[in-house]
Design a protein around this ligand. Structure first.
Ligand code: 5GP
Ligand code: ZN
Length: 123
């Protein structure tokens, strides 16, 4: 089985590893919906929520941590957490992931996606 997010988790595809714990990894979405858009994945492969409800619970602390991080480092004043689980829900990569999408309603967003990644790196 070839899975791009397993390759990212395993380090075979290099990404900015924004934050990590024993359960999962947070890294920038390649096609960000807003500057600082991150994906949080479990290290272990599970396809979706049906396959990996436990893995979803296990990455919750990391999701909370990077949600605080985009507020502290990028000045986001809101965040959308999104899980697309299943093809009919729009899931395209079948390794469970949580989108962490910073929102900048009344705050100044980073200049661009790269500036956001630079500000988040080294957390
Ligand atoms: P889904 O619709 O499955 O919830 O979203 C998959 C997300 O993964 C998309 O937002 C897409 O931009 C992102 N993505 C797909 N392939 C890659 C990749 O190779 N690297 C990174 N960083 N993000 C990816
Ligand atoms: Zn995988």
């Amino acid at each position: 089985m070839s899975c791009v997010f397993c390759a990212i988790a395993g380090g075979e595809i290099p990404v900015a590893r924004i934050a990590e714990d024993e359960a999962g990894l947070a890294f920038p979405d390649a096609n960000p919906k807003s500057p600082g858009h991150l994906l949080v994945i479990p290290h272990q492969h599970v396809a979706d929520l049906g396959d990996g409800a436990d893995a979803y619970v296990a990455v919750a602390p990391l999701v909370a941590r990077v949600s605080r991080l985009v507020s502290e480092r990028l000045g986001a004043d809101g965040v959308n957490l999104v899980v697309n689980s299943g093809e009919s829900a729009g899931q395209e990569v079948f390794h469970l992931h949580v989108h962490v999408i910073p929102r900048y309603g009344r705050s100044e967003p980073p200049a661009d996606a790269q500036a956001a990644v630079d500000a988040l790196s080294g957390a």
